[in-house]
Design a protein around this ligand. Sequence first.
Ligand SMILES: Cc1ncc(COP(=O)(O)O)c(C=O)c1O
Length: 370
Amino acid sequence: MTVRFNSHLTSIPGYSPGVPKGHSAEDVASSNLAQLASNESPFAPLPEVVEAITRAAKAMNRYPDPAATRLRQRLADRHEIEPGQVSVANGSCEFLLAAAEALLEPGAEIVYAWPSFSMYPNMAAMTGAREIRVPLKEDQTHDLEAMLAEITAATQIVIVCNPNNPTGTYIPFAEIADFVERVPDHVQIILDEAYIEFQVYDDPANSIDLLKRHPNLVLLRTFSKTHSLAGLRVGYALGSPAFKAAVEAVRQPFSVNALAQAAAVEALEHGDVIQRQIETQIAERVRVESGVADLGLRATDSQANFSWISLGDNGAEIEDAVVGSLAEAEIVVRAGKLLGGPGWLRVSYGTPEENDRFVAALGEAIKAHG
Ligand SMILES: Cc1ncc(COP(=O)(O)O)c(C=O)c1O
């Protein structure tokens, strides 16, 4: 007899990391590799944040504050809501898995768009719930009407990723507000806003306002993309105390470690610098998009820190070769076929120098294989 694992395990797709196997973050930092596959910030953490981590390291013999009291209070102040509506987690991914455990079971349904964030398929797979993937529209945006039409009495979760990963597309706030209004109260709406700070259409505070009227809404945000803390793993959820309690019931008590809590508290003190970094990335987006257009390639209207680029009519055939050529030039991007979009590439914005290298190498790859 061998050990028999949970029957759901075989259907969990898992997560394939962007960093080549065997490379640590330090290896990447000290190499010529342009790591443009994980939508991270190209900026190192601020010196004050590194100092806060160093200070906190001296007390590592103690467990962290399980309630992350200071961090939750700072987030509550910043977003002008009650600390009881703020939960923190080991990256916003942890909320997705915890929400699955807390809300899904065989017979329940979860609705989300596709292609979208690669963790969503794990949620149904790990719980035995039924997933309904609603294809994106022709312009690669969410089809909110079609998603609404899929909601039934069995629906427990609906997820909207805005801006959407991997397509970068954004749904204006007014449409989100209308959607949230029309979703029945028994459905937990997860608005995954991992990239919300990179969009230029609406005030990111708008969706927080929706929480007042919709206790079935939760917003997921993260320190990974804008605050240069992907390696420490801190995400937060803004929503009802009931959602917070449910997440806490299904996960371990100390999921956000003390270094991560200290770093995030400090990072929140430097909003102006972070905002300038965001603006730099938005300017890089414009440069990359125009470089890609000059190559004769089409990209979506990205409102995130990455571009989603079509490789053309024969994109699906040349995708592997193009990704291979970029890898030879020490540039790591994501092949669309791994993200639900064969024939497309997802490239995160790096430093200006890395972005120039990417556009030049993409041009060479298209010349060779296109
Ligand atoms: C849409 C989306 N949600 C959530 C996450 C997870 O972020 P975190 O690092 O906070 O777990 C990502 C990371 O790539 C993402 O793209």
